[in-house]
Design a protein around this ligand. Structure first.
Ligand SMILES: [Zn+2]
Length: 296
């Protein structure tokens, strides 16, 4: 089968449709093989190392279908290899409120840092605190029982409030924490400019039963969510006397623009590191994990 200038019919239409999907400009999809279609075919042939005569023979026909397959596949499952390298985002140092041996600054990738800064502005204005136990995790950090191999901390998308700034003393901590059920917490920041609230606050010593705590607070979990940061759940073991490190009330992760079933851990790493920097590190082994499927 050969299709060339002057040909017409359903096969020509198919060729035009494929060319259009692939980003070439075959003109109207009308089943008429004219100049525009011929030019698009020549361009396609040149870019695919085919003999560039503007005629669809068996080789070009096969190449068109193969390119379409790859193209459709990439839309569902973007490739990580093939020198894929998006423009790197910056790591931005943002301020935090020092509380005991917490930090007074930490690093997030630039879009998460921008969102965090908005939250911080609101909290500071109301007289509250944003403490820190850190955010960025080294690619070569040890992975232990309480450290996920695909942590958002590797990607610049997660932060931890200072772990000792809540669940210790309901009357004094910068944060009081109540259960939202299903192992989720709601974190409130103590702030003079906040709303008067009665919170059923839990502590490390009383994990399963809260106690009414009054004061002026801001719903920090709600504020984080508004800017794209989600909370995670406490580990199951936490409620049966397991390590207090399983509480995770302090952890917030920036999930903006992540698509369930589509976004991949490796791609997020490549937004803040070059492939050379990541390819021999432990997290890279999990580059194919998919958000909402086996990466959370
Ligand atoms: Zn964390």
């Amino acid at each position: 089968m050969y299709l060339k200038d002057g040909s017409r019919g359903e096969d020509v239409k198919t060729v035009q449709e494929i060319l259009k999907q692939l980003g070439y400009a075959p003109g109207k999809i009308d089943g008429w093989f004219g100049d525009k279609t011929e030019n698009a075919v020549v361009t396609f042939q040149e870019e695919n190392n085919l003999y560039s005569d503007g005629i669809i023979g068996p080789n070009t026909w096969r190449a068109l279908h193969r390119s379409l397959e790859i193209h459709l596949d990439e839309q569902i499952n973007p490739p990580i290899h093939n020198n894929y390298q998006p423009e790197l985002m910056d790591w931005v140092r943002v301020p935090a409120d020092k509380y005991r041996d917490g930090y007074d600054r930490f690093f997030l990738r630039e879009d998460a840092a921008e969102a965090y800064s908005k939250i911080r502005e609101t909290i500071i204005e109301a007289g509250g605190k944003l403490t820190s136990s850190g955010a960025r995790r080294s690619l070569n950090a040890n992975v232990g029982a309480s450290r996920s191999a695909t942590s958002f901390h590797y990607t610049g998308r997660a932060l931890d409030l200072f772990v000792g700034s809540g669940m210790e003393n309901r009357g004094r901590d910068p944060y009081v924490i109540s259960s939202d059920g299903d192992r989720y917490w709601r974190v409130y920041t103590r702030a003079d400019g906040g709303d008067q609230m009665d919170i059923d606050a839990v502590t490390y010593g009383s994990r399963n039963r809260g106690r009414a705590t009054s004061g002026r607070f801001i719903d920090l979990t709600g504020l984080f969510e508004k800017e794209g940061f989600k909370r995670i759940r406490a580990r199951r073991s936490f409620f049966s006397g397991g390590s207090w490190l399983g509480a995770e009330w302090w952890h917030f992760q920036y999930e903006k623009e992540l698509e369930k079933g589509v976004s991949m851990f490796g791609r997020e790493l490549l937004k803040v590191y070059t492939e050379d920097q990541v390819h021999s590190t432990p997290p890279w082994r999990h580059k194919d994990r998919v958000f909402g499927v086996n990466w959370f």
